[in-house]
Design a binder for this molecule. Structure first.
Ligand SMILES: *[C@@H]1O[C@H](CO)[C@@H](O)[C@H](O)[C@H]1NC(C)=O
Ligand SMILES: *[C@@H]1O[C@H](CO)[C@@H](O)[C@H](O)[C@H]1NC(C)=O
Ligand SMILES: *[C@@H]1O[C@H](CO)[C@@H](O)[C@H](O)[C@H]1NC(C)=O
Ligand SMILES: *[C@@H]1O[C@H](CO)[C@@H](O)[C@H](O)[C@H]1NC(C)=O
Length: 768
């Protein structure tokens, strides 16, 4: 996202701190079919709510000239005054709160800020699907409230569901991590929260329209001179179908998302926004998208100008629209579509289809139903933004996501009564904006880590470095502070200066003298030393993991506006940590044989290539996917799981004769009754109550280069100390246990599976 031009501007703005708040607050929402302005609109079929949606859309398209239709193919859509249709700006963002990125939304004295939730990677670490959805609901409530007073649009280009495939990626922070199942559950959950209208007769009605991006196999921004505008992602069909596509499929099929955004990069030599198989074929054809396909900002221009994919701009416009693109972020289609039609490269009926998808989406949002203040959500306004409940949820989300990676006995939680002074050291110890990551808005307010901790105990604060790059650390001063305090909290990590859109990392080490500062402080500290890492991506913190003087390590992502309060909640034990890492933390040496440009998920021993993510990589990790401790201990006992599963086969199936069948196609009829139960008794054996995520993994038989292990299901539960509960999974053989073969088909492997929950293992044999 972010057009190239805007990106540069955005960067300049960030150097000059916040853009100034607009004071020209218009208090009017933008909508069509306004009877107060023009009583004649009631006679237009497209304004008539008692007609079916298709008829209304067809009526509108019929009334427009070609030139007018083209006005609706770009994000800054034009007005058609003769029909009472005002300008509409499609581009708004709400990745983790209503954002000021994109011209569709702005803050003003009327609404100076919106609730800023943790950056997505931390919310994903909560492994709590109902939280994903609840955050979406709150964000769409605030978005609608802002729309009603003319400050926001109705179409939000969030979430980002690309797989966090490489730890260096500057945008990994925006995603739900490296696992396809978690990413799918996050994407569909957040989309439901944003879009769902409760209790409306029309089930397809939208609260706001979400958009899953960036389709597909994107996840490289700028690494050693290779940038996303020129990158050709070479992806096997197998990786495509079992890693990169599932979150998008889930967005469309399970979440009913109203939009998908195609990316900048090419996939196997074709720009995604010009690929009819990927757009019309898969998204609309196979997954049956009900909504519109939008390009990333200037994607069409990029494949013409930067990739030279077509000879003329008209050909680029024709290619994109024929491939299934409906809306262009940017102005390219506005400039070249008419000429493409004139040159015979594109039929007007193709344009009709595209604008119909766009209009139908606006219609589902109520845009053509007259004054939105008389419609559902019409009463929402500034009073519904930044409410105490919404802000509490931002704090709750951060608490649920924070991951405790190391905790020596007797370290955390700290007792707020026993600690008389707490040393708080580090370049991220008193940060505000760093906590909200990118695609941010103005938050309601901030609680920095220092402020959060100071609310419970007396603190002594020292930044330790002048910024996260930490060229020179204040080692001696920091040692003095730590030596005289009862405990030390070091808040380290990075910020957008070292990982961001358009900027990937080149290594996995804490920058500059941060490791030196940490190690030296730990040497002299009197009490426990708690290392807090604030970041999107993971780090090689082996030096801290193995250092006995560093008693605890916490990863806090970019924890949002209430991050400092949530960090204190965990450190003082007001909340028992329950987050789990949504991505692997690799050692620095991992990067040696892993060019960021290599899209392969599976290892290739002939090249020394180790593979990617916990599903394929078997080498050393610093921390791995799913890691995360609690102040309690939880035990699992298997109560129910079949030892043998029999998969039905037709009389004449070839595998009945042959003994070397290792897998069977998943076809609907065969999959009908393929689900089985796994029941576990989970006990909190500790004293502290707390939440606990049960992660159910499966290791399939090793055929088709299948993953060594993959997540089949997860369930977050809450348990009082010394109590237990039953956790039930329904596992569908075809959907959950199947593997994707070399050609991209889902197949059920025959043979031995191992189910894992924590240390528990259960063997299951699948036969025909
Ligand atoms: C709206 O459509 C309904 C159903 O076709 C029709 O009966 C009604 O007259 C229309 N309203 C107006 C104002 O044209
Ligand atoms: C859009 O609005 C402007 C200003 O009101 C007007 O001059 C222009 O003709 C309108 N464009 C169309 C296509 O209606
Ligand atoms: C999941 O999140 C919701 C907030 O939406 C919270 O009420 C619930 O307690 C969380 N579940 C667990 C097990 O922590
Ligand atoms: C911590 O940050 C807050 C918010 O920016 C600021 O008001 C406060 O002065 C800072 N505290 C110290 C001790 O620097």
């Amino acid at each position: 996202m972010i057009s190239k031009v805007v990106f540069v501007v955005g960067f300049l703005i960030s150097l000059h701190c916040f853009p100034s708040i607009s004071v020209r607050a218009s208090a009017q929402p933008v909508f069509a079919c306004d009877t107060a302005r023009d009583p004649n609109v009631v006679h237009y079929g497209f304004c008539n709510a008692s007609l079916g949606r298709d008829a209304r859309v067809a009526d509108l398209v019929r009334r427009l000239t070609l030139q007018e239709k083209i006005l609706f193919m770009v994000n800054s859509a034009g007005n058609v005054s003769r029909l009472g249709i005002p300008r509409y700006e499609w581009w708004s963002e709400a990745l983790h709160g209503v954002s000021y990125i994109g011209p569709g939304t702005r803050f003003s004295s009327l609404v100076p800020g919106a609730t800023s939730f943790p950056q997505v990677i931390l919310t994903a670490a909560s492994f709590n699907v109902s939280l994903f959805e609840t955050i979406g609901k709150v964000v769409s409530t605030e978005a609608r409230a802002m729309y009603n007073v003319g400050l926001a649009g109705l179409t939000f280009w969030s979430p980002n569901v690309n797989i966090f495939r490489d730890p260096r990626w500057g945008r990994g922070q925006e995603t739900p991590g490296e696992d396809p199942l978690l990413s799918s559950k996050y994407g569909s959950g957040y989309v439901r929260g944003l879009q769902q209208v409760d209790g409306h007769a029309d089930a397809s009605r939208l609260k706001v329209a979400a958009c899953c991006k960036h389709y597909t196999a994107y996840d490289l921004d700028n690494w050693k001179g290779v940038d996303r505008y020129h990158f050709n992602a070479v992806v096997t069909q197998q990786d495509m179908d079992d890693t990169f596509q599932p979150p998008f499929k889930s967005c469309v099929v399970d979440g009913n998302v109203a939009s998908v955004m195609c990316s900048y990069n090419q996939v196997n030599g074709k720009p995604t926004c010009a690929d009819p198989d990927l757009l019309a074929g898969v998204i609309r054809g196979q997954w049956k998208l009900n909504g519109y396909i939008v390009s990333d900002c200037d994607s069409v221009e990029v494949f013409y100008d930067d990739q030279h994919y077509t000879k003329s701009p008209e050909a680029a416009a024709a290619k994109a629209i024929s491939a299934g693109l409906d809306l262009n972020c940017g102005s390219f289609l506005g400039q070249h579509t008419a000429a493409a039609v004139k040159a015979g490269l594109l039929k007007e009926s193709t344009i009709d289809n595209a604008v119909s998808n766009n209009f139908a989406t606006l219609m589902r949002l109520g845009f053509f139903d007259g004054d939105p203040r008389k419609q559902p959500y019409g009463k929402l306004g500034p009073k519904d933004v930044c409410t105490p409940e919404h802000q509490d949820l931002a704090r709750e989300a951060a608490r649920q996501g924070i991951v405790l990676l190391k905790n020596r006995a007797g370290s955390l939680p700290l007792s707020p009564t026993a600690i008389k002074t707490l040393a708080v050291i580090g370049p991220n110890a008193n940060v505000t904006k760093t906590m909200i990551g990118n695609y941010e808005g103005f938050p309601c307010k901030y609680t920095t880590p220092l402020q959060g901790l100071t609310a419970s105990v007396a603190t002594k604060y020292l930044p330790g470095c002048s910024n996260v790059a930490c060229a020179t650390a204040q080692v001696n001063e920091a040692k003095k502070v730590a030596a005289s305090a009862d405990a030390t909290v070091l808040v380290m990590g990075i910020d957008q200066s070292l990982e961001r859109e358009g900027f990937d990392r080149v290594d996995l080490l804490l920058p500059g003298q941060q490791p030196l500062l940490i190690t030296e402080v730990a040497k002299v500290a009197k009490g426990p030393v708690i290392l807090v890492i604030m970041s999107g991506g993971g780090f090689d913190v082996s030096f801290a993991k193995s250092n006995n003087k560093i008693s605890s390590i916490l990863w806090v992502g970019y924890p949002g506006e209430a991050g400092g309060a949530a960090i204190a909640d965990v450190i003082f034990g007001y909340y028992n940590p329950s987050g789990r890492l949504p991505m692997t933390w690799y050692p620095q040496s991992y990067l040696q044989n892993v060019p960021m440009t290599d899209m392969n998920m599976r290892p290739d021993p002939s090249k020394g290539y180790p593979g990617r993510t916990y599903r394929f990589y078997t080498g050393k990790t610093v921390y791995t996917f799913g890691d995360g401790l609690s102040y309690s201990k939880f035990s699992h006992k298997l109560v129910k799981a079949p030892p043998i599963l029999v998969f039905p086969l037709d009389e004449d199936h070839i595998c009945r004769q042959s003994s070397d069948c290792d897998s069977i196609e998943t076809i609907e009829r065969r999959c009908e009754n393929s689900a089985f139960d796994v029941h576990l008794r989970v006990r909190n054996v500790g004293r502290h109550g707390g939440s606990h995520t049960v992660l159910l993994f499966a290791t399939p038989p090793s055929v088709h280069n299948s993953p060594r292990k993959h997540l089949v299901g997860f369930e977050k539960i809450s348990l009082r100390g010394k109590s237990e509960t039953m956790v039930r999974f329904k596992v569908d053989v075809c959907k959950d246990l199947s593997v994707v073969d070399e050609l991209g088909s889902r197949r059920v492997a025959l043979g031995q599976y191992v189910l894992h929950v924590g240390n528990l293992k259960h063997t299951l044999s699948l036969r025909i």
